[in-house]
Design a protein around this ligand. Structure first.
Ligand code: UD1
Length: 344
């Protein structure tokens, strides 16, 4: 008998890749998404890859009654909670929208999981909770102090971690694994699913691929006066397919093993690459020349961060090993496919 996993935000970038990996690992998947930042045809892309169409419920998790109807309809064993508003800049302009969406939706899910007997929740958190680590503390471990978030978006990740901990420690009969991602990038190698940002991309890789295909004129590298070897920022770029696989490992662990009620894992590669190295790797991997120039620092950017992922390697038995060039090729293949399909 297959177990059913609810994936909230399952038509989004990480949610869709995770749905594929869950199906390939033998789970049934039910997606809830309000399509506020994604498209229903992502479900077709998932089906093309796996040959299995996940159940899809267009529901806003803030709508308690509609969410409860989904819990009534399916026997949900576990939940992976991605659904959230995620634009850092927008969260500064509309903090209440972010707090309402991101906090309420988690609370509704937790309450309904308890009411309907679901056992485990994997929560999508972010390395943003570490703020700017001091260089001697790099790579950051899960024990690194949580620092005050720079944006309401970042704060919702911190508060949601606390909501999960407080709720489970109050005796709720569910367990959780909190995954703190570094920078997820790339697309499925089939190019049936990938990242589809709204408007001008804020994140580096969609901006790179859109520039390479001619939608944007030039990439601006924000800051060349950082205290790093080539003076540009450093991040831990993790392939979205590797990241998706970490969720399957976490779900198997939370459902099948005796564990602490709440566990936290960094999910990254353990290596940092500079923005300039990303540009070089992209050009090498694709053979496409990328127009770029240096621009002033972007406000709120941290200088350098990459993760210590020993705990995920040892305890989850997971590691991210896709080479950077291959990851950037997948992002390019996806961008080319969007062009062919007349989407971008
Ligand atoms: C951002 C979010 C983070 C979120 C993550 C998801 C902020 C402050 N943080 O991280 O909360 O979890 O996305 O992936 O927004 N860069 C350029 N030119 C560009 C775009 C980016 O040089 O046009 C540089 C940035 O300065 C940064 C690096 O590329 O050094 C990565 O940027 P980005 O993809 O936006 O991710 P983060 O800012 O690390």
């Amino acid at each position: 008998m297959k177990q059913t996993i609810l994936v909230t935000g399952g038509t989004g970038f990480i949610g869709s890749h995770t749905t594929v990996e869950l199906q390939q690992a033998g789970y049934d998947v039910v997606i809830i998404d309000n399509l506020s930042n994604s498209n229903a045809n992502v479900v077709d892309g998932i089906e093309k890859i796996t040959g299995i169409r996940p159940a899809f419920e267009q529901v806003d998790l803030n709508d308690y009654a509609a969410t409860e109807a989904v819990f009534k309809k399916y026997q949900i064993k576990g939940c992976i909670h991605f659904a959230a508003s995620k634009a850092v800049g927008e969260s500064v302009e509309k903090p209440l929208l972010y707090y309402r969406n991101n906090l309420n939706s988690l609370m509704n899910v937790l309450e309904l999981m308890t009411k309907y007997g679901s056992k485990g929740i994997i929560f999508s958190s972010s390395c943003t909770v570490y703020g700017q680590p001091t260089p001697e503390n790099l790579p950051v471990t899960e024990q690194a102090p949580i620092q005050k978030a720079l944006s309401p978006y970042g704060n919702t990740k911190q508060v949601n971690e606390e909501i999960i901990e407080d709720y489970i420690h109050s005796g709720a009969p569910i367990k959780s694994i909190i995954l703190r991602y570094f920078n997820p990038i790339g697309a499925h190698p089939s190019a049936h699913i990938g990242e589809l940002p709204n408007g001008v991309p804020m994140n580096l890789i969609p901006f790179v691929t859109q520039t390479a295909i001619g939608i944007r004129k030039q990439l601006k590298i924000f800051g060349n006066d950082y205290n790093t070897p080539d003076k540009t920022c450093i991040r831990d770029y993790i392939y979205v397919v590797d990241l998706a696989k970490a969720h399957v490992k976490a779900m198997q662990r939370v459902l099948e093993q005796e564990t602490d009620p709440v566990e936290v894992f960094n999910i990254g590669t353990g290596h940092g690459y500079s923005t300039l190295e990303i540009v070089e790797s992209f050009e090498r991997a694709t053979g496409v020349k990328l127009p770029w120039e240096y621009a002033p620092r972007r406000e709120g950017d941290i200088e350098a961060i990459w993760g210590n992922v020993d705990k995920a390697n040892k305890v989850l038995g997971w590691s991210a090993d896709t080479p950077l060039d291959e990851i950037l090729s997948s992002a390019w293949k996806w961008q080319v496919k969007l062009r062919e399909d007349g989407i971008q």
